[in-house]
Design a protein around this ligand. Sequence first.
Ligand code: SAM
Length: 392
Amino acid sequence: MPKEFHAEVKIWSQIKHEILRRYLRLFISKLAGAAKQYSNSQGGRIYYVDGFAGQGKYEDGREGSAYLAADLAANAPGSMAGVLQCINVEADPDTFANLEKHTSPFVTLGCVQNIHDEFEVALDQIIKIIGGNIAFFFIDPLGAKGTGLPQLEKIGAKQRGKTEVLLRFDDIRISRTIGNIVGLEARQDERSHKAAQTLTTLVKGMADEKIIAAALKDGKIDRQELLNAFIRLVVKEKKLFRFGLSYPITNPLTEGHHYFLVHFCNHADGYIHMAHFMAWAERSVKKQIHDQAQSLFQTEVQSEIPFIVDAVQQNTAKQNVDTIVEALPMILSSLKGRAGLQLRNVYAAIVDRFQWKYIRREWEAAIKEGMARGQIRTDGKLSADSAPIILS
Ligand SMILES: C[S@@+](CC[C@H](N)C(=O)[O-])C[C@H]1O[C@@H](n2cnc3c(N)ncnc32)[C@H](O)[C@@H]1O
């Protein structure tokens, strides 16, 4: 693999891992206390379930999802210590052997358990292990397996309020599977028909029937439409989770699309914090690329770049805040008449409108402007999500 390509692969898998690492840390810090109260009879734990775990560490030293969660479980400070329990599932025998090797110190410590099986098969057993505790599922397959309705129904049905899911929505492979079904059906022999039926069952849980039927008709599907249909199915139709948020993982150098990360949760705080981390990841990766590109320039050119970039970043932030301010009257009107409004509800309404595009600092600046314009009032601090809000 050429050196540049290797660095590039590292960057985009880093986006996924950074979002996971940051969010998981916050999830534990916010819920460690609740875990002890909420499920003390069950041991007061928070479970991290890595359904498609991989090998934990990669040849180039990168930490995979299973390793970064295990590290957090073993080394979490203060009140977060000893709360996180990790369950990893990996189906491939060689990858599983590596996973066992890389996580063995954590297994010895008692904070990690590895299961050699298919996630879909192991899920019932895992749900029993979790019992009444809080859980965060990370489901990271290549293809449609593991992220369809049968699994999400089982996960969403237990502990509705406190269970969250982050998953890879692999639209490219899902679309390819739909194309394969169309190809198999066209062959018109019994074997191909059976294979097509198995694949159809797999993709049917990924969107509503209408979308899949339309896709199966001509083998084509729009990626955004497929993703929206999936989130709509889980949130609006099946009501498995209250909030669904997606973020496209792209190649930062070419902007080529890889897949979507999708987050499902039931609490506004999960929704807004995840949106912030996604926006943060998007920008920090861009900065990382800039830094890499910068190191290729001569010293003379280099000295010009920080100034230019600073100016661009400041402008962008101002422009971002202005965009939110402009939309604020409409965003606030969607909240009118709701009792007991808190700042978290306003932030969630901003995320409804703009998804992961803006960071929290920009939401706060826009609300300050809204206060100056007399559109919204609060006596609390803008950093306190529970601050009561009055709309004018
Ligand atoms: C994309 S990789 C996981 C990467 C890992 N989550 C990370 O971020 O470091 C997908 C993994 O799932 C495994 N796998 C494939 N089918 C599976 C199944 N049905 N159940 C569990 N693991 C499976 C593959 O062997 C592979 O190691």
